[in-house]
Write a protein that binds this ligand. Structure first.
Ligand SMILES: Cc1cc2nc3c(=O)[nH]c(=O)nc-3n(C[C@H](O)[C@H](O)[C@H](O)COP(=O)(O)OP(=O)(O)OC[C@H]3O[C@@H](n4cnc5c(N)ncnc54)[C@H](O)[C@@H]3O)c2cc1C
Length: 219
């Protein structure tokens, strides 16, 4: 008898927001097996706010074949309107930022940032403005109803084994894989569990300033 065929590498992605769905699309395209666990029952809920897509993100969305759909569903930054509390326009159709509305003069770089022709010629993509749920819907549709996207599963515990990880959800289901990728947002359970695990292995490994995000704030 030959050796048993090893199980293919499998990633468990926790959270089906923009990050988790983008990663699932990347894994699908390059043939890495995955499970995507989402706490909510409906993924493309109308939650969240504006999503501004800059060229560096556009390139990734293009590589996973989502850019054309986003272009069809959105405005460019120049077409988009942002109004102040009194209804006056800070950014309005085609006009870029109104300099009279600003407390300090526009930097050249800020003026350039709203010039769509310049942006297109420099990067090959313009800047798009939409709502979070529209991008989420596009990313979800690209996965084409993949059964590896599992909703209604809020991850509660992660168990570490010599040959991989096991995730337990609040509904009592178990999922096994090789790695966990925490895409579960700003209040990430995966991050908290990872810190707890790090503290067990090497107390103090993740410093308090790191946990409070101070490094991100100070650069
Ligand atoms: C007012 C505002 C304006 C913003 N504007 C922009 C902008 O213009 N451009 C931009 O790029 N970004 C913008 N952002 C930031 C952007 O919204 C976030 O960076 C982005 O939504 C984060 O995506 P995510 O997928 O990491 O997390 P989320 O969108 O938070 O998704 C996390 C997902 O994980 C799920 N989840 C949570 N816990 C669990 C669990 N235990 N088990 C399973 N699933 C779980 C949640 O239900 C959710 O679906 C803005 C944010 C705010 C608040």
């Amino acid at each position: 008898m030959g050796k048993p065929t090893p199980e293919p590498f499998k990633a468990i992605i926790v959270g089906a927001g923009i990050t988790g769905l983008t990663l699932a699309n990347i894994f699908k395209r390059i043939g890495i097996d995955f499970i995507l666990l989402e706490a909510e029952h409906k993924i493309d809920r109308r939650v969240g706010f504006i999503y501004g897509c800059w060229p560096y993100a556009a390139r990734i969305l293009d590589q996973i074949d989502c850019w054309n759909d986003l272009e069809l569903a959105t405005d460019t930054l120049a077409e988009h309107e942002i109004r102040l509390d009194d209804g006056s326009a800070l950014i309005s159709n085609g006009g870029g930022i109104d300099p009279n509305m600003l407390v300090s003069p526009l930097l050249e770089s800020e003026r350039e940032a709203t010039d769509m022709d310049l942006c297109l010629s420099r990067f090959g993509y313009d800047q798009r403005v939409t709502e979070r749920h529209i991008l989420v819907r596009i990313l979800l549709e690209k996965l084409g109803g993949d059964p590896r996207v599992i909703t209604g599963e809020r991850v509660a515990t992660i168990l570490h084994h010599a040959d991989g990880v096991q995730l337990l959800s609040q509904t009592g289901h178990t999922y096994s894989g090789d790695i966990v990728v925490g895409c579960d947002g700003v209040h990430s359970v995966v991050r908290r569990l990872m810190w707890e695990r790090a503290d067990e292995v090497q107390p103090g490994l993740i410093s308090t300033p790191d946990k409070q995000g101070d490094r991100a704030k100070t650069g």
